[in-house]
Design a protein around this ligand. Structure first.
Ligand SMILES: Cc1cc2nc3c(=O)[nH]c(=O)nc-3n(C[C@H](O)[C@H](O)[C@H](O)COP(=O)(O)OP(=O)(O)OC[C@H]3O[C@@H](n4cnc5c(N)ncnc54)[C@H](O)[C@@H]3O)c2cc1C
Length: 426
């Protein structure tokens, strides 16, 4: 057994965060990733037809993503954030609802919303203030009904907010996860709902800087060779991770930072709760320019098959990205049907848009974008794990939705557990 050496399996945000935490504590790390690149579900790829890099889907991050921001800081970079929290939602007939709040009192964004009546705003604030008192509900729908939210408050705030942060509808999203986000974004003393509007793709924003950092710190990075099994020793500990190419990777501890279905394959004898995946569908459209929607902008679309549209510049051209969370309907369509729905959406919401201005267009279905417990009422328990195995991943924090932040948090926690385990046993 190699003292103070940890094998981290999976190089998504969770695995990368574990690796950084361990390397900074002086541990040796080998990071094993089955694909040829790092970043997992939050990564970029080369869209060769358009000659640019795009993300698996546009990612929105918030100022309250403290663990993800820690990861960026460690890599010498920062999350570009709005100066103050602002979200614009556009209706089919050009009507606008705008939430804009002061940094010190973010919850006031709800009270100052433009386009909502006083009863809607009051309903929103009342809902926010009562957030913590209604934790005995299971689903957001029950929670919202108990709060008697006015219809427009639901339509213009709760429904888009819940679908975006939980990647679930109010009927299927868990109220305890929503309440965690409300606390971090609006209610805690250090709450920060400001959104990150990055002009860079995810590879440039965090993947490459973090991979450069861990390599500088001496991490061995194995790409394109996944772990297919874990070999036990006589004491029920993991002795080696066996890769598809037949390598035996030995370490003292193993952090397994993969989605729940992949974990169950590696540890068939362990009990892992059942999860259901939820899809996200996005479309990227490259235009020569888009004066009707300038780069650096994003907007919510009401009553639309696509929920959000983002714009960023790519060289001297403009990339418009449309995204739908909890996208069961869109995920059932063909790529041509999805891109056609995207063209129709842009034509409906932006009179200045002409479909023939599109230079290239691509749709992406991420069927397993996030995971949701199938039996949320039961205690969350992972049992039968070897003593030197530690789990990380966005899905293992039951009070958090699956996000970049919960992935970073879980990765750091797993690394700290490894460090403690090492110091307890030596
Ligand atoms: C389209 C889309 C949009 C999203 N939008 C947002 C957003 O706006 N805001 C937000 O916060 N979150 C968003 N998310 C969610 C966010 O991307 C995830 O929560 C986060 O990236 C999960 O990170 P992870 O490290 O836990 O898991 P993953 O990213 O899934 O990483 C696991 C890694 O393990 C590797 N792996 C699996 N099995 C093995 C094996 N046997 N051996 C070796 N390697 C293995 C995988 O290849 C993968 O690289 C979005 C996700 C998608 C797909």
């Amino acid at each position: 057994m190699m003292r103070n050496r940890t094998a981290v399996i999976g190089a998504g945000v969770a695995g990368l965060s574990s690796a950084v935490e361990l390397l900074q504590a002086g541990h040796q790390v080998v990071l094993i990733e089955q694909t040829r690149s790092c970043g997992g579900r939050a990564r970029s790829f080369c869209w060769s037809e358009a000659g640019c890099h795009v993300d698996t889907g546009p990612h929105l991050m918030m100022g309250c993503y403290q663990n993800f921001r820690w990861l960026l800081n460690a890599a010498g970079t920062t999350l570009p954030l709005q100066k103050r929290f602002t979200v614009e939602l556009l209706g089919r007939h050009g009507e606008k609802i705008v939430f804009a709040g002061a940094t010190k009192r973010p919850e006031l964004a709800l009270l100052r919303a433009q386009g909502l009546g006083i009863l809607d705003k009051w309903g929103l604030i009342r809902g926010l203030m009562k957030a913590s008192h209604l934790q005995n509900t299971t689903y957001v729908e029950e929670w919202l009904s108990a709060l008697h939210q006015p219809p427009l408050a639901r339509h213009a705030f709760w429904d888009p907010f819940v679908t975006a942060v939980l990647n679930q509808s109010p009927a299927t999203g868990l109220s305890r996860q929503l309440i965690t986000v409300l606390h971090h974004a609006f209610l805690d003393s250090d709450a920060d709902p400001r959104l990150s509007i990055s002009d860079r793709c995810l590879d440039e924003l965090y993947v490459q800087p973090v991979v450069d950092l861990i390599r500088r710190l001496g991490c061995e990075v194995i790409l394109g060779d996944g772990v297919v099994s874990l070999e036990d020793n006589a004491h029920g500990l993991i002795r080696a991770a066996i890769t598809r190419h037949g390598h035996h990777i030995e370490a003292e501890s193993y952090i397994i930072a993969v989605p729940p279905d992949a974990l169950q394959q590696l540890l068939p004898a362990s009990f892992i709760p059942c999860f259901r995946p939820s899809p996200i569908v996005s479309v990227h459209a490259l235009l020569a320019d888009a004066p009707f929607f300038p780069p650096g902008t994003f907007m919510g679309l009401l009553d639309s098959p696509f929920h959000w549209v983002f714009s960023r510049s790519v060289g001297n051209r403009c990339l418009l990205s449309l995204l739908t969370s909890h996208a069961q309907k869109l995920a059932g369509l063909s790529p041509d049907e999805i891109t056609s729905a995207a063209r129709d959406t842009l034509s409906t919401f932006f009179p200045g848009f002409h479909p023939h201005n599109i230079l290239s267009i691509i749709s992406i279905k991420e069927r397993k974008a996030t995971y949701q417990l199938t039996s949320p009422g039961q205690p969350f328990e992972i049992a039968g794990m070897p003593d030197n195995a530690f789990i990380a991943g966005d899905w293992i924090e039951p009070n958090y939705p699956c996000t970049i932040e919960s992935a970073a948090l879980s990765g750091r926690r797993a690394a700290m557990a490894v460090i403690k385990h090492g110091s307890d046993n030596h």
